[in-house]
Design a protein around this ligand. Structure first.
Ligand SMILES: Cc1cc2nc3c(=O)[nH]c(=O)nc-3n(C[C@H](O)[C@H](O)[C@H](O)COP(=O)(O)OP(=O)(O)OC[C@H]3O[C@@H](n4cnc5c(N)ncnc54)[C@H](O)[C@@H]3O)c2cc1C
Length: 622
């Protein structure tokens, strides 16, 4: 089918990949499946051929190619005739290495990413645990600081490349009280004392090693932290779109291959004096599968196209993953039927296709979780805003030619959520929000310490404000000046309070009532200030509440004091844009801070500074 997405350069790359797989991989499929491993030499060979760094920058040995080169590669991978090979290579070249690419330091990239691209190292990503899979926020594996080291304790399971891999990017809990906002990604190398692994035996994907990992007092250098401390959840979330596109694309490839193999078989196998492919009962079913394949493929390409444009196709990627993996499962089942008894024997590829196709609807977010996300978009009207031009990108070191990093949510669209709504796992970022959210503002901006905060010292450019909500204005003042693009002149700054507090740990008894409006909020904020948590830190924050009559506020933290000023005063280190309703909802524990941030209900220009801000204030009573 002629494509608007794939040109000759992609097709030529596709032919190269196919030739390699058919000559150097597929002939060994049975051997590697039985050995339950892929020879390391094959990774090195793929590294030499440039297959393991398609989206990574050239300076690290990658190709810096487009997402459609990646899709061509991924669609061909099933020609290895091993779902396990597909999984292992996909994890190596797109998933385990994703956070290192976007958020790793130069040293980390040199140590783990460049060798992964070269195929001299194999990587894994360990998120799932014996007690939690879909619900990432429930991770229990802990990492605590001890001197210059992280000390890790816990267990992971189902980890692809977990046993043979040279390093594992491990999702650990570094803050026990902070839910999703208390996770961090830490690299553990294979030979680290206390780190042990065992291989699981599965019904399919035999050639990929799937490991159970145990961490007992595992000490790794502090520098093995990828991205910021307690930002791990957001780094994981950030890679979801690509991970789902990867799984969708390989499922499209395996469906196409299954149909090709079936076509050959039904045209050669005879029954009642004619090829079985002449029976209408079979032809129509194959015709349906072909039609579904093309529809699913086009959705995968469309989602990939949106992704490459820098959109944030969360729902589209989930739709693509859902349809493609479910179709692959159905096709393998139906086609096995057309092979009759031969479909069940190991000499024919259908037997393995059938077993291997079963995994797609479980890994990279289950079909149920995909439906949850899609339902949020389709039924609840949730939108996933894209990054605006000029907005701080999540990747600290964006590389031209790379995939545009997934966009942070920018608040441009106000989704149809109400304060007080709780979210089940799989809401937006399916694996995160399980329980009612009880965090208060103290933890809010700890929680929103999303991926790739710009350095705190970075200058902040004050952003364009999003268009006003379509809701009726909340006050007479706003009614006369409804647009934030032309806000009323701010009144002269009024200093509300200057408080120097004694240092000391917070106590429940010191919690203040939830403020009723932003005026109360800013009047009481200095009283909640904790100078012990802001030692040596001076910072200035500009707040804008889109729906409040007194919309603009400045918070100044300086020399162990906090003061609030009405209006925007001085040059901010961080600009926060939200609505009064959202902010107070967060304060009262009715609005999930993560959700508010992820949906763009709270827009923060400097997440590193905001994280620190969140820690510097006592909780309000809830
Ligand atoms: C071969 C293989 C390789 C894997 N590789 C990796 C890897 O490299 N790294 C890694 O971290 N993980 C890996 N995984 C784990 C995989 O990501 C999880 O299996 C998956 O996320 C599901 O988690 P779970 O198995 O714990 O199921 P659970 O989360 O316990 O779910 C069980 C069932 O409940 C359903 N369910 C859960 N929540 C909801 C909800 N809110 N609404 C409706 N239904 C729901 C699920 O859809 C599922 O049907 C791998 C798994 C397999 C099988």
């Amino acid at each position: 089918m002629t494509s608007i997405y794939f040109g000759e350069e992609h097709e030529s790359f596709r032919r190269t990949v196919r030739q390699f797989l058919e000559s150097e991989v597929a002939p060994f499929a049975r051997e590697w499946e039985e050995a339950r491993r892929i020879p390391r030499e094959t990774f090195r060979r793929m590294g030499d051929l440039g297959f393991l760094g398609i989206l990574f920058p050239e300076e690290l040995g990658g190709t810096g190619a487009s997402i459609f080169h990646a899709l061509a590669f991924l669609e061909e991978l099933p020609r290895s005739l091993m779902g396990g090979f597909v999984a292992s290579v996909s994890v190596q070249s797109f998933i385990a290495t994703g956070a290192l690419h976007l958020h790793g330091t130069e040293g980390q990239k040199r140590r783990w990413l460049a060798p992964s691209i070269a195929g001299t190292m194999v990587g894994a990503i360990a998120i799932s645990e014996p007690d939690t899979g879909s619900d990432v926020a429930a991770i229990r594996t802990t990492a605590r600081r001890e001197g210059g080291a992280w000390v890790i304790d816990g267990a992971k399971t189902w980890i692809t490349n977990g046993v043979e891999g040279d390093f594992v990017v491990v999702a650990c809990r570094t803050d026990g009280d902070a839910g999703a906002g208390g996770l961090s990604l830490i690299v553990v190398e294979a030979d680290t004392p206390g780190f042990s692994r065992t291989k699981l035996r599965k019904m399919g994907w035999h050639s990929s090693d799937t490991g159970e990992l145990t961490f007992e007092n595992v000490r790794v250098p502090i520098g093995n932290l990828v991205g910021g401390e307690n930002e791990g959840f957001y780094l994981i979330m950030e890679t979801f779109v690509l991970e789902r596109l990867v799984t969708a694309a390989t499922s499209i490839g395996s469906t196409r291959l299954a149909l090709e193999e079936t076509r050959k078989y039904v045209l050669s196998r005879e029954a009642f004096g004619r090829p079985i492919g002449k029976f209408q009962a079979i032809r129509h079913r194959l015709a349906d599968l072909h039609a579904e394949l093309e529809a699913a493929a086009q959705l995968v390409y469309h989602a990939a196209w949106l992704h490459e444009r820098g959109e944030n196709p969360v729902a589209e990627a989930c739709m693509a993953k859902l349809l493609a993996t479910e179709l692959s499962k159905k096709t393998a089942d139906e086609c096995l039927q057309f092979f009759g008894g031969f479909g069940t024997v190991e000499e024919y590829p259908m037997e393995r296709f059938f077993r291997d196709a079963r995994f797609g609807t479980i890994v990279a977010g289950t079909s149920e979780i995909m439906r949850e996300v899609i339902a949020k978009a389709a039924i609840d009207g949730v939108t996933f805003p894209k990054r605006e031009a000029g907005e701080a990108a999540p990747a600290p070191e964006p590389n031209p030619g790379d995939l545009a990093p997934p966009a942070p949510f920018d608040g441009a669209a106000e989704p149809a959520f109400e304060a007080g709504e709780t979210f089940a796992a799989g809401d937006l970022v399916p694996d995160l929000f399980e329980a009612d959210v009880t965090e208060t503002l103290d933890s809010v901006f700890t929680e929103v310490s999303a991926a790739a905060a710009p350095a705190e010292s970075e200058p902040v450019s004050v952003e364009e404000f999003p268009a006003p909500d379509p809701e009726p204005p909340a006050s007479p003042l706003e009614a006369t000046e409804p647009s934030f693009f032309a806000p009323p002149p701010s009144p002269a700054p009024v200093i509300h309070d200057v408080v120097t507090l004694v240092t000391g740990p917070p106590s429940i008894a010191m919690k203040l009532p939830v403020p009723a409006n932003v005026v109360e909020l800013f009047e009481t904020l200095p009283i909640r200030f904790r100078p012990d948590r802001a030692a040596g830190w001076n910072a200035r924050f500009h707040f804008r509440f889109k729906d409040a009559a007194r919309s603009d506020w400045t918070v100044v933290i300086e020399d162990g004091t906090c003061r609030t000023v009405e209006g925007h005063d001085g040059t901010p280190d961080c600009v926060v844009t939200t609505t009064e309703k959202t902010y107070l909802g967060i304060e009262s524990g009715q609005q999930s801070p993560e959700t508010a941030f992820l949906l763009g209900k709270v827009k923060v220009s400097n997440i590193g500074a905001m994280t620190k801000f969140g820690r510097a204030f006592r909780k309000v009573a809830t």
